[in-house]
Design a protein around this ligand. Structure first.
Ligand SMILES: Nc1ncnc2c1ncn2[C@@H]1O[C@H](COP(=O)(O)OP(=O)(O)OP(=O)(O)O)[C@@H](O)[C@H]1O
Ligand SMILES: [Mg+2]
Length: 225
């Protein structure tokens, strides 16, 4: 059996405690859905699910269109007030809007008490923080790590020197993305545009010419007009 993910406690409909809620990781091999009204705790549950998966060394790939899950990075093994302060809400009416030291201290104490309540001690926390490697990739923005899906079309990969078929497959995938973006047939087996664009792009790659140079040249030409 795979690892058990400890998601919290079960309660009956009347609120009576009904033991731990543990989900065997191998029950997550197909699909699942979390539903609930606004503010009912969907994001909280998914965050715990992800933390538990990471703790069990289950790799996780998240597509987050809402932007709350980057908070998973917010975990300190041995927090100091300076590290925590920017993430603590200041008291209402606080003149500079920055949480004061007693507020930060109280938040840290609450947090430590909750961790203790869930039997998460310093060693577990340290092992969780050291054992995960979270990357926040932000296509179309440099808020996190930017992702450029067309780079295979623009820069010559060293693979062209030792793995031509692999490099061609990557380039073909990038050409398909371009065709799909402009609403044309993108299937390499059916698309005449794909065959033509791939041949042109491959010729350019093999000759070592870079696409971004052409783009810069045309945009600088435009800006000189
Ligand atoms: N299991 C829980 N026990 C106690 N409080 C919780 C629990 N889960 C979430 N909360 C708290 O409830 C509030 C709303 O939770 P959350 O953001 O997860 O809801 P949501 O269903 O994702 O909301 P939305 O629909 O707006 O995305 C948060 O302040 C969170 O701290
Ligand atoms: Mg939510």
């Amino acid at each position: 059996m795979g690892p058990l993910l400890h998601l919290g406690g079960r309660r009956t409909i009347t609120g009576k405690s009904a033991g731990a809620f543990e989900l065997p990781a191998d029950e997550l091999v197909t699909h699942g859905v979390v539903v609930g009204m606004t503010g009912s705790g969907k994001t909280g549950l998914v965050s715990v699910l992800v933390e538990e998966a990471l703790k069990s060394k289950v790799p996780v790939l998240l597509f987050d269109v809402k932007g709350d899950l980057a908070n998973l990075k917010l975990c300190f093994a041995d927090p100091t007030p300076e590290q925590v302060a920017p993430w603590v809400e200041a008291e209402r009416g606080d003149p500079d809007g920055v949480a004061d030291a007693p507020v930060v201290q109280a938040a840290m104490e609450r947090h430590a008490a909750e961790l203790t309540r869930w039997h998460i001690g310093a060693p577990e926390l340290r092992s969780y923080v050291d054992g995960r490697h979270i990357r926040v990739i932000t296509p179309g923005s440099d808020a996190g790590e930017p992702l450029h899906i067309l780079s295979a079309r623009e820069r010559r990969s060293p693979r062209w020197d030792h793995d031509v078929n692999g490099a061609r497959d990557t380039l073909a995938a990038a050409v398909s993305v371009v065709l799909r973006l402009i609403g044309r047939e993108a299937d390499p087996g059916k698309s005449r545009e794909h065959a033509l664009l791939l041949a042109l792009a491959e010729r350019r790659m093999r000759s070592g010419a870079q696409c971004d140079r052409c783009c810069q040249t045309s945009s600088s030409r435009r800006s000189r007009r």
